[in-house]
Design a protein around this ligand. Structure first.
Ligand SMILES: [Zn+2]
Ligand SMILES: [Zn+2]
Length: 381
């Protein structure tokens, strides 16, 4: 007979399994819509309604081309793993012991600060504290955030997207952008090719009951296309400005204050950061992004404006890359709403660091950062 503890563990395991299953519901919904659209378009429209053989072949070939790129980019976005934080950022057991044994917040700050001096980071919270994830027990690389849904720190986190049941991050941002673009193209192709049948229906040249699937397909494709075009446009805007969704809500903070364009290298270079420098791969859902997801080039004024509270951080992970200096705003989860949850625990992770930094060392910067961040957020929205 199982012990109470074992029963509890089993119940917890069943609960986790339920949660994991529920997280797939949005993906299952999207896949179901795609499967139905396939039936409606290929069977109902192309095979049973279209009269001309040439038109039928053209429709079917083009449809499958759009579908292929749409599904390919969707698959890549879903199943590409989120970037792992390098082990160098994890506090070793000795440092963790020191952290646990530290008697004051100031002592804890010093432990993390001392450890971070050997890391290629320049991000800070608004108060100037080192960004540390208590759950993952490592210092966060620049632009990385803890995702409460994934339960891990995610490199260059953009947001957690339930429609792909994955974090949109450094590793799959190109795929996500292509997914939006191809999904929009897929919907527009369907809408434009079914439009003539919708017009025929209004002219009473088509029986609505017999062609129910085609008429519904027209409306559904228009509805999805309208939703996708704004999202696709927004992410293209973010790509050419080298900004994540999180950073568009809360600009990264540099020594001179928040700078929403702090990572911007010019529109074309920003585009290449995500899509790579090989033109042949830009439209293909294959990995071609530049960089390692841990360090990022910044604008010149921030490179010369070294953040002195950390001392020198021009370090390298050993691959010959020298890391520039920059600071980023603290992490907050209150700005993005339910569908983009992130860092539920991050504020708590850093509370002791921030409160200590505010009360001792960085009062002036904290005040100026807080006041100047608000107008930026308002403008961006
Ligand atoms: Zn974390
Ligand atoms: Zn996530």
């Amino acid at each position: 007979m199982p012990s109470p503890h074992e029963r509890l563990m089993r119940r917890g395991g069943s609960w986790m399994w339920c949660v994991k299953t529920v997280k797939w519901f949005p993906v299952i919904f999207i896949v179901s819509v795609i499967l139905w659209s396939y039936y409606a378009y290929v069977i109902q429209l192309c095979l049973l309604t279209v009269v001309s053989n040439i038109q039928r072949v053209v429709y079917i070939v083009l449809y499958h081309a759009f579908l292929l790129f749409f599904l390919w980019s969707y698959y890549q976005t879903i199943f590409n793993s989120i970037g792992k934080v390098p082990s160098q950022f994890r506090l070793p057991a000795s440092e963790l012991d020191r952290l646990m044994q530290a008697e004051s917040d100031e002592a804890k700050i010093q432990v993390v600060k001392r450890f971070a001096q050997n890391l290629p980071i320049s991000n800070r919270t608004a108060s100037g504290a080192v960004r540390f994830c208590e759950i993952c027990q490592h210092v966060k690389p620049d632009r990385a955030h803890h995702c409460s849904v994934c339960g891990d720190c995610v490199l260059k986190m953009d947001h957690h997207c339930p429609w792909v049941n994955n974090c949109v991050s450094f590793t799959n941002y190109k795929f996500f952008t292509l997914f939006l673009g191809y999904a929009f193209s897929y919907c527009m192709f369907i809408a434009l090719t079914t439009l003539q049948f919708f017009i025929k229906f209004w002219k009473n040249e088509l029986n609505g009951m017999e062609h129910f699937h085609i008429l519904l397909l027209f409306f559904v494709s228009i509805m999805f296309a309208l939703s996708l075009v704004s999202l696709f446009g927004y992410h293209l805007y973010l790509v050419v400005h080298n900004r994540t969704t999180l950073e568009s809500f809360r600009p990264p903070v540099f020594q001179t204050g928040p700078d929403k364009n702090g990572f911007s290298l010019g529109k074309f270079n920003n585009f290449q950061e995500v899509f790579g420098d090989n033109k042949n791969l830009w439209l293909l859902p294959v990995y071609s992004s530049l960089g390692d997801g841990v360090t990022f080039p910044v604008r010149a004024q921030h490179q010369s404006n070294l953040y002195n509270s950390m001392g020198s951080t021009h370090n390298s992970l050993g691959d010959g890359v020298t890391f520039p200096q920059r600071c980023i705003d603290e992490d907050t989860d209150s700005l993005l709403g339910g569908c983009q949850r992130w860092d539920d625990n991050e504020a708590g992770c850093q509370r002791w660091l921030e409160s200590e930094a505010t009360s001792h060392h960085h009062v002036q910067q904290d005040d100026s950062d807080s006041s100047s961040a608000v107008p930026d957020i308002v403008i961006m929205n």
